[in-house]
Design a protein around this ligand. Sequence first.
Ligand code: AMP
Ligand code: ZN
Length: 461
Amino acid sequence: MFRLYNSLTREIEEFRPIDPPKVGLYTCGPTVYDYTHIGHLRTYIGNDILRRVLENEGFEVKHVMNITDVGHLVSDEDIGEDKIEKGAKELGRSVWEVAKFFEDYFWKSVTAVNVECPNIVAKATDHVEEQIKLIHRLEKNGFTYKGDQAIYFDISKFPSYTKLSGQKLAEKEVGARADVVVDKQKKNPHDFALWFFTVGHFQDHIMRWSSPWGEGFPGWHIECSAMAMEYLGDTIDIHTGGVDHISVHHTNEIAQSEAASGRPFVRFWVHNEFLLVDGEKMSKSKKNFYKVEEIKEKGFDPMALRYLFLTAHYRDKLNFTWKSLEAAQNALNNLRETIRDWDQPKVGCAQYEQDFMEAVNNDLNMPQALAVLWEMVKSDYPTSAKAESILMMDKILGLKLDEILGKPLEIPAEVMKLVNKRETARKSGNFKESDKLRHKIKKLGYEIEDTPGGPKINLVN
Ligand code: AMP
Ligand code: ZN
């Protein structure tokens, strides 16, 4: 039985889809105006684990993710400036090129940490018609009004507006994107824009479409409601995103979707906690972020990041340090080297598999699941049994252990020759020579570990 924390009920609940074995899963995708950083990757890896668990349970998952490629403002300081459009000006490229560039970077980054591609990737700019239709429905149902700058959602018409965050309206932060633009016609600061007009602040906005309300562009929140409902129906099983989306973006998604359909929008809301740096959220605006490339430049395998993120529960904050990444890299190397010469998989270790799944099914307790894996690795079970079980576990962990298991390293003859030479030097006490040879071997990509059974050769990561 898979139990999952639901941000809406604030409880861990048994997960049952509306129409088994189908599961509709919607993930808020990236805003493509800047580089994907490893904070984003924490959330997308978390979602990837969730999807793998659902698939492992035998559900047919339809996973939809949006790409926010319509530019929006991101903070008060940026009023009047659109991030994608600003990026375009700085780079001397068209807005479309900028969005495409950062979208490609996003895919490169998530692929490097083995995140599976959603079944449907929906770009906001390809779904403007659906967004207009949804705004039209809201208008017909009496939830909208017209201001100077935009068509707004009137939250006073939707009494359960703050049910997801549980906040009082007075405590709630005002939307941090384009909605902050001053509009004297706005009735309530928390009312949010559904459709912006290309007037005033936005008169030079490049991305623009015609609509029943004149030329303009959609607000940020409406794209997720429109695309989630388009591909997954009025009520979807699971909706995911980072915790920052709870109080504004997802709150607004619920309001728009439920006001239009009259039905509950989402059964399970799943939110990932942040990756921090020095105790602060890793973010584009704080410029305290690292990209996958920087991880690689420092000699790490991006998969060490995936391992690192598995060591913390998805609902706990995780402070990123290079030391912790190094520890994760060492643990992953250790695991890889241990399983390299295991026998071919046969009947697995039932008890460890059961303990592993118990941890996973308990609201994705991956640190506990990893602990079970290591206990099994260190146990006296035959390696053929451990091999079977570790492959089963890795379907969920996604560490690509199948590429390593039972595949001893093929050491080139040139390296082998140096290893033997070093062994002779070492045995005769010529440590200067043996160190020199170790260095030479490392340059060729191999590392020597002296074990009681003789030198063991590993790949330098
Ligand atoms: P954005 O492109 O800013 O909309 O972010 C894409 C996704 O990454 C959202 O679900 C965010 O909540 C999530 N995210 C952003 N920063 C972090 C972080 N530091 N740690 C974890 N998730 C994050
Ligand atoms: Zn969204």
